[in-house]
Design a protein around this ligand. Sequence first.
Ligand code: EPZ
Length: 420
Amino acid sequence: MDSFLIKGGTPLHGEVTISGAKNATLPIMAATLLTDEPCVIRNVPNLSDVRFMGKILESLGAEVSFHDHTLKVRAKKIKGVGDYDLIRKMRGSICILGPLLGRLGKAQVSLPGGCVIGARPIDLHLKGVKALGANVKIEHGYIIATARKLHGDSVFMGGRSGPTVLGTANVLMAAALAEGVTVIESAACEPEVTDLANFLVAMGAKIHGIGSPTLTITGVKKLHGAEHEVIPDRIEAATFAIAAAATNGEVTIKRARVDHLHAVIDKLVECGVKIERNNGSLKICRNGRLKPVDITTLPYSGYPTDAQAQMMALMAVTPGISIITERVFESRFMHVSELARLGADISIEGPSAIVKGGKPLSGAPIMASDLRASAALVIAGLAAKGMTQVNRVYHIDRGYENIDEKLRKLGGRVERIEES
Ligand code: EPZ
């Protein structure tokens, strides 16, 4: 398993170009199952999760090719049974449920595992497809869903933690080929869901209310192939912006969708970071001493849970006390214990972490645990004095394309140690 060896204390300087959004790419890849015609998806990030989803589509019978950030998929003839071991390894694969039901009227997918950030239930996914007429049973670790013909209906998709992103995606994709009209209430409004909806419309789906909490889908008989360019990854952009602030640097982030980053920009400006916006790029520079800020993660357009750990790393090096409250997942503080190894002073009180920032961090060997926690550890290592070794960086390779290379281009002292 690879590690990163990071020599901290060097401010990041220069330009970085943001890759396509992982969390838009995965459901859009699943949506190609809805047609037997070829689809071309551009600006696809070269990530292990994307390659993995490609393997899942191939295990269902689709032809998949992926070169130079362009994905070509043709699901000419597919089966409704997904490879148990493949699917259970990646939570995001749950979003093949809706398209398989829509296309074939049957789906057999393994229950997605939980992960370190929580139980990750799928009750809302199942509620949604049942509302469209699917019979669902859970047997031997599989979700087995069948429907003679899906029919439109109204379904409320809000859960105890607000809307569900991939749950909305599943119902949206199933409804696209259902008979009649479906209204999804309390739909997730994340930009990645909007990107999926735009791809479905390009395939011939009839969807109104895109970007709003109420999506109205009029089912069609068939969807055709389409071409689409994936939106830039707002969480990667947030990660580099926070890294620039944490290292006292000056970084221009290119191909960032500023309209997807309002909550993150608002918090960075509140803590004293200088941000200049000019068409499609963001210039981030530290503007003297930073102030601590309080963060509460919320569904979009609130502060994104996927950028919570990264902000905690910044607050750990910012003098003062900040309170970071996680409202989307029940336990997303795996990074706290590892940040503490670098000297961060953080205590957890229920859904909140109280960060007493300002003591300089010092490098140490630490362990990545999940995708965004790993990003926080890299940011902390860049800001710490001395050497930090982040182990198990396969977590970070799931969601960031060549992050070590991008950081080196910004002057970051990051070396990848490949374990044979
Ligand atoms: C997506 O996960 C993202 N993953 C996550 O990003 C992101 O953190 C999350 O949305 C929230 O924005 C992908 O898009 C591949 P949810 P998803 O269903 O759809 C509860 C990353 O780091 N819930 O919106 O699985 C759930 O437990 C990853 O890139 C139910 O209760 O998340 C959570 O508390 C991590 N019942 C909340 O809703 C359900 O049926 C939000 O989960 C489904 C979810």
